[in-house]
Design a protein around this ligand. Structure first.
Ligand code: ZN
Length: 545
């Protein structure tokens, strides 16, 4: 096979000369052969693979298939001498006390589970609780050194419970430079607040729910935080914040009133750098009884070794798992996960093939990491960055694929979470060479950047790209592309109907995106560059620390 990057450049020059649409699909027919794409998709999304649930027979089949394909390509093991990494998973079901007792010294009041609060623990222990733990209002619960912001300044939370606001201070304001205005930064996510409470050494954390800032009503908090919660086992959480959860807005108002504080005024103050944490003058006591089950799932990783700088890596990721067998919809209970994410796995296998077929070996190594348990909270990728097979400071970048366009060729190459790092510029150059343009995702306020595996790389400071065509169809335009996308979300997303149909599936856009991903990886694997985070990105902190 010829060098794809050069061919795409040539086709772009040809495009300029003749003013005709480039014919990438013809040029790329060899490494991304339709028959091969159909084979991977057909097998991975088949009923036989049972929706690829971690720790199920579907996992065994998926992992066996990946190992077979990666070995056939002649790739080397990516986890020491092995192609797999054991990922210990845990499901914890918590049974909190029906009441949380708040002691004000002269009186005690009870909050009611589900109506007033929802709590759980990520700790693997039969019983976890807080006892006489002072409630402290800590604003938004954010430490953002790059913004000179610290809601915990001068507070020692040992033995105490932080009460924080949901979202970040920029939300609802008109200023897009204050945090990011209504675009949610990572600081606005509940996951961040949980992690920061761990770092602060708090006993407990309670997030004040408010519907517009959270983006969902209290009913969603109740339903999503009751029942089993998935997590990673094998991670020491004994020093983490033990009790985490939410309180309703009315409960919060009552707490402020009782402490003699004006809640509206305190929230306004929390939106300034001058904010200081304040005691809510109550001590909380509550316990949770936990039941848990554990199992071992697997990440799969293979490596295409570099020639000159083999210890430096470009890492491609795609999650192999989906949600298995579930509630029947129209007589079908198998959630095949064709788009989500047999498509990403297929793309990675073909990109890996493209590297092995290329005449020109890359200077840096390329890692192909197929992670587990994305659907249960990005757990496989989280585990990988916590126990990486390659030192994190040797990972040049992460290129993640999750749901590869089945709707045909697109003019756009949309970057999810544009503006974080120089990966945008690599994406833009590669897209341009293929006759396409880059743009930011349409709904940045929904926080999609935080919802697939690249995010775990971003969190530890590895610049990451998650991009795809999807808004501007090459022949049929924007309205068609939007209709297709909305149709998928409505009818197929996380439903048994996310199936693979070899006749219906259009691979043209898939090949376009996979080729761009190949080119970006190839460019970076043949350079000395270390893409950087932009100044205002919240992920710089990992590097700075
Ligand atoms: Zn997915």
């Amino acid at each position: 096979m010829k060098n794809l990057g050069i061919l795409l450049w040539l086709s772009a020059i040809f495009l300029l000369a003749c003013n005709e649409a480039p014919k990438e699909t013809e040029i790329l027919a060899e490494p991304f052969a339709i028959e091969s794409l159909k084979k991977h998709m057909g097998i991975l999304a088949s009923d036989e693979f049972e929706g690829r649930m971690p720790c199920s027979p579907g996992e065994e089949k998926t992992v066996a298939y990946l190992l077979d394909e990666l070995k056939t390509l002649g790739l080397e093991p990516g986890i020491g001498a092995s192609y797999t990494q054991d990922v210990p998973l845990i499901e914890i079901e918590g049974f909190p006390d029906e009441q949380m007792v708040l002691d004000y010294g002269n009186e005690k009041i009870n909050l009611n589970f589900l109506d007033d609060y929802v709590i759980h623990s990520q700790r693997k222990a039969d019983k976890v609780g807080i006892k006489d733990s002072e409630l402290v209002f800590c604003g938004y619960g954010i430490v953002a050194p790059e913004r000179g912001w610290n809601d915990f300044e001068g507070v020692d939370l040992k033995g105490k419970t932080a009460v924080v606001l949901v979202n970040d201070p920029g939300f609802g304001g008109q200023d897009s430079t204050f945090f990011k205005g209504s675009t949610m930064t990572y600081y606005g996510r509940w996951t961040y607040k949980y992690e920061e409470a761990d770092r602060q050494g708090a006993d407990g954390l309670l997030i004040i729910h408010e519907t517009s800032s959270a983006g969902y009503p209290w009913a969603v908090v109740k339903s999503s935080w009751t029942g089993g919660q998935q997590g990673l086992s094998g991670i020491d959480r004994s020093n983490d914040c033990g009790v985490k959860g939410w309180i309703s807005l009315n409960t919060a108002k009552d707490l402020f009133d009782r402490a003699g504080l004006d809640m509206a005024k305190e929230i306004r103050s929390a939106r300034t750098k001058e904010f200081k944490a304040k005691s809510l003058k109550a001590k909380a006591t509550v316990n949770i009884r936990n039941e848990y089950t554990e199992c071992i799932s697997k990440n799969v990783m293979a490596v295409y070794p570099g020639t000159k700088k083999a210890d430096e890596y470009v890492i491609y990721t795609a999650h192999w798992d989906h949600i298995g067998i579930g509630r029947k919809v129209k007589e079908d209970s198998i959630y095949n996960g064709a788009l989500d994410n047999a498509s990403g796995v297929t793309a990675l296998l073909e990109i890996a093939k493209a590297f092995t077929l290329s005449d020109q070996k890359t200077e840096r190594s390329i890692g192909f990491l197929f992670v587990t348990a994305e659907e249960q909270g990005l757990l496989g990728s989280e585990y990988y960055v916590k126990k990486p097979s390659i030192p994190l400071n040797k990972i040049v970048c992460n290129l993640n694929m999750d749901g590869v366009n089945p709707a045909g060729k697109m003019k756009d190459f949309t970057i999810v979470g544009m503006g974080h790092s120089e990966m945008d510029e690599y994406a833009e150059r590669a897209a341009k060479a293929a006759g396409r343009y880059t743009m930011n995702e349409m709904e940045p306020e929904k926080g999609y950047f935080y919802r697939s595996d690249h995010f775990n790389f971003a969190k530890v400071g590895v610049p990451a790209l998650y991009a795809e065509g999807g808004y501007d169809h090459w022949d049929k335009g924007k309205a068609y592309a939007m209709e297709f996308k909305e149709g998928y979300v409505k009818d197929r997303y996380h439903a048994p109907s996310d199936e693979f149909d070899a006749e219906e599936w259009n691979f043209d856009g898939f090949i376009q995106d996979a080729s761009i991903y190949f080119n970006i990886g190839e460019t970076l694997a043949n350079s000395d560059d270390w893409p950087k985070w932009y100044q205002g990105s919240e992920f710089r902190r990992a590097i700075d620390q």
